[in-house]
Design a protein around this ligand. Sequence first.
Ligand SMILES: [Zn+2]
Length: 152
Amino acid sequence: MESPKSRAHKEKKTSYRRRKHGNKKFYDSKAWRETREAYMRHYQRRLFKHIPMGKWDGMDLDAQQVTYILQLEYLPCEICLKMYCADAYDTVEKGVELDHIMPVNPGNALEPWIENEFGTLMACGDPFSFENLQLLCRFHHAKKSQRERRKK
Ligand SMILES: [Zn+2]
């Protein structure tokens, strides 16, 4: 007979596999790819609209900051950019990972509710809303994913 502990362990393994599989389909989907591209264009338009005016996220930029951001040859990480505008960072890394600010359902990104261990339904992040997306560098994305794993 299986001990309850090993059964729980097995269940955990299956649900992890299901989770990974569950969202692979979503991340390969045309709807996600199109959202991703549309978000990048939207972000770039926002940068070119606000940075030349010396504004970002409610902060005032000086001429040197404006010049630095405009000469970047890549779309900047949104956290690095915020820190740079707040004078907390000297440089801004390239944004490479499009992150869901509020995590989507790990089993199926299209399913907006997930049941927690107490059977309570919890809201998941909207996978397609621009409000729920941010472009991050590898460092900030890894840091955030680590935090989310620790919360579970
Ligand atoms: Zn960053």
